[in-house]
Design a protein around this ligand. Structure first.
Ligand SMILES: [Zn+2]
Ligand SMILES: [Zn+2]
Length: 382
């Protein structure tokens, strides 16, 4: 597409993004150096506003509303609606309509609104700068959200909420702190620009940089560094494979503060119905993806047929063990909750489960060994 046949600019967006970025790199340091330095309270508010508005996008707009990965008390929904307005990334309704299109048509350059194959700049910011799509909004995929009064309240008062959260609240805090403009620049402007680009990385970087352990059918990647910048949304290959899971980083050590927030709120009953994908399903997806990748590597080898048979055989055995382990774990979980179960029966069920757990570990280890051996041969043959 040449410059001449590109769709026209959406000037409001162009101005918002360029003026806020310019202000953040010029006005914020100049004011700090020449007029009045920033104090600890202002830096603290920068962090608090950043965390609140960032997680309103990842935990609220994204995991709660776009994916319905859990349910939240109205107090939490109002909080997300307010701080989501502070993040200035369009209303819940618009954001979720775009995001559901992104998942449905991921990487389709015509129908995915921020299709990563169109490049870093387009998926990060460019898609919002021009009228790439028809201007009338299509809300046909967010009818469920139109029944949420909090979503519709935010939709009606979006502009006012944006001004209150980005200017009004920082101005009030700044006035109380004795430097109105300093707080507007720090908790308002700089924070807005940082949160903008950190969360935009989910559409750009998280589709470009990292591994694809669950599926290579999409450009989405898992990357702990990106997770660090995006409130935990860097495990994006997992997310695109199991989008209704409230977690993106599934292991306890995965940096996913959005997951911790949702789980923390469930402990005080402000969220409930947290959806998780079963461990067996996750393991099967990983094994299937590894099989496909290994078969692809084996193609270059002279004894492809032998490798193919061996891989299929080992893969099928691995899946059998995953299923047996999963069933034994389910039985153990049920048995533990069963008050009438005899002690000797419990011990028996636990023993079976522990046995399958060890089997699975062993099977996974030999599967990894096999695929690594193949990868080595394929590298040597190349
Ligand atoms: Zn994505
Ligand atoms: Zn998503």
């Amino acid at each position: 597409m040449t410059a001449s046949n590109k769709p026209p600019f959406i000037w409001v967006n162009v101005l918002v993004f360029s003026l806020t970025a310019l202000g953040a790199v010029l006005a914020v340091p100049l004011y700090g150096i020449l007029v009045n330095g920033y104090d600890g309270f202002e830096w603290a508010m920068f962090a608090v506003f950043g965390a609140a508005s960032g997680t309103a996008i990842t935990g609220g707009f994204h995991r709660l509303w776009a994916h319905r990965a859990y349910e939240a008390h109205p107090v939490v929904r109002v909080w997300f609606a307010l701080w989501g307005a502070a993040a200035l990334q369009n209303s819940v309704l618009n954001w979720c309509a775009d995001h559901r299109r992104h998942h449905r048509h991921v990487d389709d350059v015509e129908r995915d609104p921020y299709a990563a194959p169109k490049g870093f700049w387009f998926s990060h910011l460019g898609w919002m700068l021009r009228e790439y799509r028809r201007t009338t909004e299509d809300f046909s995929n967010v009818r469920d959200l139109q029944r949420d009064p909090v979503v519709m309240w935010q939709e009606r008062h979006y502009l006012v909420l944006v001004l209150v959260m980005n200017l009004g609240l920082p101005a009030l805090l700044g006035w109380l702190n004795g430097d109105l403009l300093g707080m507007v620049l720090m908790a308002g402007l700089l924070r807005l620009v940082v949160v903008h680009h950190f969360t935009f990385f989910i559409n750009s970087l998280a589709h470009m940089w990292g591994k694809r352990p669950y599926s290579d059918q999409t450009t989405a990647r898992d990357n702990p560094w990106v997770a660090f910048l995006t409130f935990g949304e860097g495990y994006h290959n997992y997310h695109h494979s199991f989008q209704w899971d409230y977690r993106n980083g599934i292991r306890w050590w995965h940096f996913d503060p959005t997951k911790w927030m949702i789980r923390g709120l469930s402990a005080v009953r402000l969220t409930h119905g947290l959806k998780r994908c079963s461990e067996a399903k996750i393991e099967r997806a990983k094994a299937e993806q590894q099989l496909a990748r290994s078969l692809h590597k084996a193609k270059g080898l002279s004894d492809f047929e032998i490798w193919s048979q061996r891989l299929h055989h080992e893969y099928e055995h691995l899946v059998e063990v995953i299923n047996a382990w999963s069933e034994s774990r389910q039985r153990w979980t049920e048995a533990k909750a069963d008050q009438l179960m005899h002690q000797w029966e419990l011990v028996q069920i636990k023993r079976v489960y522990v046995g399958w757990k060890a089997n699975l570990l062993e099977k996974k280890r030999s599967w990894t060994e096999l695929t690594e051996q193949l990868a080595g041969l394929s590298r040597a043959a190349a």
